[in-house]
Design a protein around this ligand. Structure first.
Ligand code: PAF
Length: 284
């Protein structure tokens, strides 16, 4: 496995591999890797001749300076983990190399970025689209791998690929969970023992909502999720939505609907967590 830190070297290496007819799989990350990332990497290693993992904590997607500053950075441990996956290249650039000048790019994803993460984290998806677009352009992979935990990000990247015309297949993998059900996230490492225990209530709230889908209205499911989390210490619900899994637009009725995404964001102590479940209504 080779670590590349310079954009120029990455471009030249990828170009040579493409010319040699190699298929390239790409897993973009911000590091602090966990089993969720490793599953994406193993999938890429299985599907492609070459796998590239980027590790870059992207400043332009953070709408909160503390969140950027406190985001876990564990490069040495990440490299050790990546060695176990069969990954071929780690791309770990500096912010100056990625952003030689302040970016002026403005993406608009319409209604998709006006709800949930887009609504609560202004500018977040512009930063995500900017970095993912830059990385796609540098790596030029055949396939790119993302986790379902960031469902709205997946929808934004899908629109980015279609809108710009990147010749890249988007592969989305199910969320990987801890044994108690908490969605794996790099941010979980910032929870203290008590907060870690309470954090599972987000998943429990989603499971409770899933069970209510066949029996209750959207309004009453939302009310019971809010009520359930109100009684959990240190949990502050930001939103719970029942949305279309592709457009992420909130639904007002379940009549005639086949599949829904149950999406949640909450602060547990100082840490903001998100999670979701995609549910086929014929199975509830
Ligand atoms: O999901 C993430 O870790 C980031 O948003 C991504 C896709 C690596 C872009 O910085």
């Amino acid at each position: 496995m080779q670590v590349i830190t310079q954009v120029k070297e990455l471009r030249e290496t990828m170009q040579a591999l493409r010319c040699a007819g190699k298929s390239i799989g790409f897993v973009p990350t911000m590091g602090a890797l966990h089993e969720g990332h490793l599953q994406l990497l193993r999938a890429s290693v299985k599907d492609n001749d070459i796998t590239v993992c980027s590790i870059f904590v992207n400043p332009t997607q953070f709408n909160n300076a503390d969140d950027y500053k406190l985001y876990p950075r564990t490069l040495d441990a990440d490299i050790e983990l990546l060695e176990t996956t069969g990954c071929d290249f780690i791309f770990s650039p500096s912010p100056e190399d990625i952003y030689p000048q302040q970016t002026m790019l403005q993406f608009s994803f319409g209604k998709l970025e006006q709800v949930m993460e887009g609504e609560h984290r202004p500018g977040h998806f512009n930063g995500v689209a900017t970095i993912v677009g830059k990385l796609f352009n540098m790596v030029q992979p055949h396939k790119a791998y993302f986790g379902q935990k960031d469902l709205q990000q997946v929808a934004v990247v899908r629109q980015l690929i279609l809108g710009v015309g990147f010749n890249i297949e988007l592969v989305c993998y199910p969320t990987v969970r801890e044994t108690d059900g908490l969605a794996m996230s790099s941010r979980n490492t910032r929870l203290n023992t008590d907060q870690r225990e309470t954090a599972v209530s987000l998943h429990q709230a989603l499971e409770q909502a899933r069970k209510q889908l066949g029996q209750q209205s959207i309004e009453s499911i939302k009310a019971s999720v809010t009520d359930y989390l109100q009684h959990k210490p240190e949990v502050e619900l930001e939103y719970f939505e029942i949305a279309d899994p592709l457009t992420l637009q909130p639904l007002s009725t379940l009549t005639g609907v086949q599949e829904v995404a149950l999406c949640i964001a909450a602060h547990v102590g100082p840490v903001r967590l998100i999670d979701n479940l995609v549910v086929n209504l014929s199975e509830v």
